[in-house]
Design a protein. Sequence first.
Length: 213
Amino acid sequence: MGATGLTGNRLLQKLIDDDRYEHIKLFSRTKIEDLPEKVSQYIGDLFNLKDFKVDFKADEVYCCIGTTAKKTPNKKVYRQIDYGIPVTAAQISKENGIPTFFVISAMGANKNSKVFYNKTKGEMEQDVLRFNIKNSFILRPSLIGGKRNESRLLEKIGLVVFKIIQPFFIGKLKKYKIINADSIAQAMLNLANSTSNADVIITSNDIERISKN
């Protein structure tokens, strides 16, 4: 889920190129053209994800879905996307016996936050973990770098500023460094195919480290 977004698209390409993955199931609102035969697309309303339950079976689930306040100003719809879809996906994964679940959250996620965005992400994390899926990974990236298909002016400005001040991010500040979408995608693949234990909640600097393993 979320394959049309920056990180989700990079992950999809890596899964396609990886010979360890013989069949990929893609759940989306819109069809992506020119994908290879190893990708099966299930198109529909992700707000009603349970409609896909019969086909929602796999070894691993990657939830890269998310939105922005600019793109989705309605807070009710925003919550349906950033909270509702990941939590429902985790629920179905548990019910269908899927052992590995990945979801991309955000660095400031906090269920007790007064900031709507951070609170929504924090509550999503909390409720995803309640399903006790055997291998649950919540990734909290910092500002994500990479070429997007859509224009995000404020994000572009933020990336420029962050690039200037990044040399000062050392020690505990490392988690605030810009992280490339490719690194996030690679870290998920590395975790999925590793036998070593990892923290359930993975901060940005650890995502970067794991991507290089």
